[in-house]
Structures are given as C-alpha cells and as structure tokens.
Design a protein around this ligand. Structure first.
Ligand code: HEM
Length: 438
C-alpha cells in the first residue's frame, strides 16, 4: 500500500489481478488528484459535459472529425516540421505537441481558432501549469494548502491561461449568438462550424455553458487530449530508434496500405478511419509502446462511494481511493509472457490467429489483461479512438518522409515520474533528416 499526500482518506491500494475485477464493482472516479479547490476545477465533480461530448458527438462522427484533423495536420506540417537534408537535432516532443494541439483545436473549437497562436500556447501550457500546481500541493498537508496555493507561480499562470481562454471562447460564443440573431432577422448567414464546443453549447445546462466554466472546460480537454497523445507519438519514435530493425517493417506496411487504398493525403472525405485501421503492425507497435510507457502507472483510479467487501474478503471503506497497478499488472509474467522484452508484434501475432481474434487486440480496445493504458470500464478514456488515429497519422507521415536516430552517445530516454504520472525527459532529442528514397 502506498499512502499518498495529505488528504485524510487518500489511500491508494495496489490491487493485483487476483483481488479485484473493476467491472464487477461500481466506483466513481473523482478529480481529487487535481486539487480542484485550488485549481478551480471543482465543477468537474458535478458535471461531465467534456465526457458526454466525446461519447455522444466525437465517437459517432469519428470519421468526419478525423478527416478534419488530417487537414489541420497538413497545414501544421509545413509550419512545425523542419525539412533537414542532413542529420539535424530536433525537439521531437515539441514538434508532436504542436501537431496534436492543432488537430485538437480544429475539432474542439474549429477554424480560425486552430490557427490562433494564443490559443495553441494556452492549450499546451495549461496542462503543465495545472499538473505542476496539483503535484506541489499534493506534497503538503491539507491544512497548509491555503497558504501554499498563494505562493505557486504555476497557479497564477493557470488563472491567466483561463482568462485568455475566456477571451477566445467568449468571442466564439458572441459570433455564434450574432449569427443566430442575423438568421432570425432573415439574413443569409453561413452555418456555424460543427465543432465539439458548439455541441457542448447546444447540450449543456445553464451552468455548464457559462463563459468561465466553458472556457475552463476547453482547457481541461486540452489537458486530457494533447500531452497524452503527443507523448505517446514521441514515445513510438524513441522506441523505434531504440529498436531500428522495426523501421523497415513499419515503412513496408505503410507503403503497402498506401498502394492498396491510397496514402493519407489521397483519402476521400471520411477515409482516414479505414486507412489507419489497416496499419495493424503500427497499431501493435503502439500498444507495446503504451505497455512500457503508460501515461499513468496507477490506473484506472476510482473512489469508493460506499463501503464494500470484495469476494476475497478485502474490505474497502467508503472514501477510499482505489487504483489498479496497471504497469505492474502489464509486466506480470503470468499475464504477459516474457514481459520485460519489448516485443512490438505481440498483438499483431494474436490478431493473425483467427478472424475472431483479428477484431481483438487493438490499441483502442481496453482489456484487463492486455491493455489498461486507456483505463477500463465505462470511465475508460473517451478520446482513445481519436487518439490512436492521431498517433498513426503523425507516425506514418514521419516514417514516410524522414529518418530518425539518437544523437551520438544518447539512447532511449528514461521515463520520469511525478507521483503516478509519467513523462519523457524534456531534454531528450532526436536526429532527423529527409528520407532519401532510391
Ligand atoms: C494516447 C493518448 C491518450 C491516452 C494514453 C489517454 C489515457 C487516458 C486514461 C488512462 C484515462 C483514465 C481512464 C480511466 O480512469 O479508466 C483517460 C481519461 C480521459 N481521456 Fe484520455 N488518453 C489519451 C488521449 C485522449 C484524447 C485525444 C482525448 C480527447 C479527445 C482524451 C480525453 C479524455 C477524457 C475527457 C478523460 C476523462 C474521462 C472521465 O473522466 O470519465 N484522451 N485518458
């Protein structure tokens, strides 16, 4: 058992596979880790509009949103990705963050906000400041939070970022209201862009659509969607450089899929989903990268709302925070054979076994014994379908166009941890150059 910071009943119990099946008990996860009182995130406890929009709008219309994201990737590529002829050191984490931030902004807030430098900066910086604030507070006892919170520069930056978000979101709301007024007067006005935020405005309660809450929620969505996906994309590249024998294998797959159904750029509207689902080896590689580098090493996390006793006699008091030891579980030899070997074709081999198996073992599918990187159960990551496609779009383009390797004397950067969250050493770099195709 690992006792975390301050809060009275903050016990994190590390369950092993024998003691609990998360699907058979009812837990409700709270956002307590983010120190909501001091990060202005208390509204997340009463309202899940940010989850509803992903389940009810993004998921059913995924092909269309993926296509919009792909077009924004085209635009960002020319701005964010250097085109060196010779080996050049690059901050690959920064590049992937920019590309993913643009794609997220396009689907959540639309054009021209996805090109707004102020918004792109907020969408990257807010997560860092929110996590920094929460992690520092978690090191101090609850009684001192009032004082410590006043001393944290990251908390003041967060507040400034929310103010900027309010300007950006506020002007989008005003434009939408103005369009509605003009339509009522019988003027011809273009349809509003079908963004995820517009769905939230149409479907939120009075409280949920208030400017401050909507703007903060957009920041929360950047926190959930950008660093996770960008880190994972960078991790795939770091793992490829550590195991360069897989470069030709993945390139061959991409080239075969492109020859068979057209490259990413040639996909017809809504074709991205079909295209990326054909990249089965890349999907398998991504799963192995996530198994070694999950964004969170204790998850899923839930809070017991009432006391209960599990089948094996373990008693859980109401208020206990429960966490599954996902990293440990995914490296248990009884669950994953030879778990410490990086074997990127594990799930690919399983998919080839039979037509039934072919539909299973995919990166976006959560599975208690295979894939906990996106959480589990009805509170599993609602953005995972989008995330997996984003990673594959970016990686396929990188592999098609560039070669990568570690700088002289460097190797795969070790993951760093802040409590249960993991991230890549920010100073890690890669060398890249344009691919010379004979
Ligand atoms: C590779 C990228 C990503 C990874 C590894 C990841 C992982 C996770 C994990 C582990 C959880 C907690 C699930 C649980 O407790 O069972 C989660 C929650 C969440 N994720 Fe993701 N995620 C990624 C990308 C995204 C994207 C792109 C979006 C949005 C489009 C998103 C939106 C969310 C939201 C809103 C939640 C909170 C769900 C809730 O409170 O019920 N994530 N994610």
């Amino acid at each position: 058992m690992y006792r975390s910071s301050s809060d009275v009943m903050m016990q994190i119990i590390l369950f092993s596979r024998s003691s609990i099946s998360l699907s058979c008990v009812s837990y409700h996860r709270r956002y307590s880790n983010m120190m909501p009182k001091w990060t202005d995130l208390e509204f997340l406890i009463r309202s899940h509009l940010h989850v509803k929009v992903l389940k009810n709008k993004l998921a059913p219309e995924l092909p269309r949103y993926l296509d919009l994201a792909r077009k924004e990737l085209d635009y960002g590529w020319a701005l964010d990705v250097p085109q060196p002829e010779d080996w050049t050191e690059v901050d690959i984490q920064h590049i992937t963050r920019m590309l993913i931030a643009r794609m997220s902004a396009k689907v959540f807030l639309g054009f021209p906000t996805c090109r707004n430098k102020k918004w792109l900066k907020v969408s990257i910086d807010y997560s860092i400041d929110a996590f920094t604030t929460a992690f520092i507070l978690r090191m101090f006892p609850t009684w001192s939070h009032f004082i410590v919170a006043q001393l944290l520069p990251s908390r003041y930056r967060m507040k400034q970022e929310v103010r900027t978000a309010m300007q950006v979101v506020g002007s989008l709301i005003e434009k939408r209201e103005d369009n509605a007024r003009r339509r009522n007067r019988g003027e011809m006005v273009e349809d509003d862009e079908d963004t995820l935020m517009h769905w939230m405005l149409d479907n939120g309660t009075e409280e949920e659509i208030k400017l401050q809450e909507m703007a903060t929620r957009q920041c929360v969505l950047t926190l959930a969607s950008i660093h996770t996906t960008a880190t994972n994309t960078a991790n795939v590249l770091f793992d490829l450089c550590a195991h360069p024998e897989w470069f030709p294998v993945l390139r061959e797959e991409i080239s075969k899929v492109n020859s068979a159904i057209g490259s990413l750029d040639e996909q017809p509207e809504t074709g991205v989903r079909r295209w990326h689902s054909k990249l089965e080896k890349l999907d398998s590689f991504l799963m192995e990268t996530l198994r070694f580098n999950p964004p969170i090493i204790l998850g899923p996390q839930r809070l017991a709302l009432q006391s209960l006793t599990l089948r094996d006699g373990t008693h859980i008091e109401a208020g206990t925070k429960i966490s599954f030891a996902n990293y440990h579980h995914m490296h248990d030899p009884e669950v994953v054979p030879d778990p410490n070997t990086f074997d990127p074709m594990r799930s690919y081999r399983k998919r080839q076994a039979s037509p039934e198996e072919h539909h299973r073992h995919q990166a976006w599918l959560t599975d208690i014994n295979e894939n906990l990187s996106f959480g589990y159960g009805n509170q599993a990551c609602p953005g995972r379908f989008f995330a997996v496609a984003e990673v594959k779009m970016v990686i396929a383009r990188f592999l098609d166009n560039f070669e990568f390797k570690f700088p002289e004397g460097k190797s795969r950067p070790l993951m760093k941890f802040a409590d249960e969250n993991s991230f890549i050493d920010p100073s890690a770099r890669l060398l890249m150059r344009k691919r010379k195709v004979e």
